[in-house]
Structure formats: C-alpha cells, structure tokens
Design a protein around this ligand. Structure first.
Ligand code: FES
Ligand code: FES
Length: 183
C-alpha cells in the first residue's frame, strides 16, 4: 500500500441488486441507501430518520433485513441486495404486495417499502413454522419499522394473510384474514 492508497476516498465494489450485477466506485462515506437511491435510481427504499430508528430504508442483504442507512456501501462488496423494486416476480406482484393492497395496509405509503422488505424477511425467517405467526410475535418482529400513519393493524393482517397463503392454509385466528377490510 502506498501513500496514494491511504488517502483514497473511494473504492470499487460489486453489488448484485435485484438480481442485476453492478460494478461501482463508491465514496467511502456513502451508505448503501445512498448508492441504491442516488446511484442506481432505486428510490423505493426511503430515507426517513437516517439513524437506524424508523426502518423506512429496510432492504434485504443476502436475504436478511437491514437498515441500509447504517451500512457503508464500501463494506458490501460482493453481496446481494433486494429492494422493494425486486420483490415482484415475472408473474406479478409479490404475495405481500397483493396482501397489502387487499388489506389496505398503508395510508401515505412512505414507510410501505420498508415494511414490505421487513415483512419479506419475516416470511423467510418464519418459513419453517407451520402456522401464521401470532399477532404479538409478528408485531415484535416488525417493530423496527415505524408507520407514522398507524396502519399497523392492517399491516399485521396483510403479513399474516401472505404467510397463510404461502403455507396453503387459511388465514384464521386473531387479527388475520379480515375479508371485510380494515376496521
Ligand atoms: S432511514 Fe434508515 S432506519 Fe430510518
Ligand atoms: S403508511 Fe404512512 S407512514 Fe406508514
């Protein structure tokens, strides 16, 4: 390493984002959220608090949910990121996205991309469980995501609906499967 290396303020990284490979030179001060929004134009992940407290910036990093506002992009070399833009498949919206629509699980929508990515992480984390996660546990699992509109009851119903659909079960039980929409 020579003196030029120690003074470097940017580095090259490779990222796979929503299954697409990218090679980028990133400023060492840039967060993963900065790179997603400002370099790659993926503005689904939102900058809310920018301090790891609201969850609006949640994305999946190698399948695990993270607050992208807290992660230096330069430290993510070689990793795979899924943003809300990458949740839908070729055959249409992700089951969570359909459930959020059907349960009216948003008002202003600002927190919704983070809620969806966090919920996708929860579905993966609980995939081995035979039944939809009980409401209290689900609220705890999603507690890193703040919705200032207070859409939590509908968000919980939506996630439980998607869980139940994924397991081929009906969404019954407290707080789940309200086919008449939110209270
Ligand atoms: S913007 Fe990242 S947690 Fe709030
Ligand atoms: S829908 Fe408005 S903050 Fe969550």
């Amino acid at each position: 390493m020579d003196a030029t290396d120690t003074l470097a303020t940017s580095s090259g990284i490779a990222l796979t984002v929503n299954d697409r490979p990218h090679t980028l030179t990133v400023d060492h001060r840039a967060t993963l959220l900065d790179v997603l929004r400002d370099r790659l134009g993926l503005t689904g992940a939102k900058q809310g608090c920018d301090h790891g407290q609201c969850g609006a910036c949640t994305v999946l990093l190698d399948g695990r949910r993270v607050n992208s506002c807290l992660l230096p992009a330069v430290a993510q070399d070689g990793r795979a990121v899924t943003t809300v833009e990458g949740l839908a498949g070729a055959d249409g919206p992700h089951p969570l996205q359909r459930a959020f629509l059907e349960q009216d699980a948003f008002q202003c929508g600002f927190c919704t991309p983070g809620q969806l990515c966090s919920a996708a992480g929860v579905l993966a984390e609980t995939a081995g469980d035979p039944a939809p996660t009980d409401e209290a546990t689900l609220r705890e699992l999603l507690s890193g995501n703040i919705c200032r509109c207070g859409a939590y009851p509908a968000i919980v119903r939506a996630v439980r609906q998607a869980q139940a659909e994924g397991r081929g079960a009906s969404a019954t039980g407290a707080g789940a499967g309200n086919e008449e929409g939110p209270a």
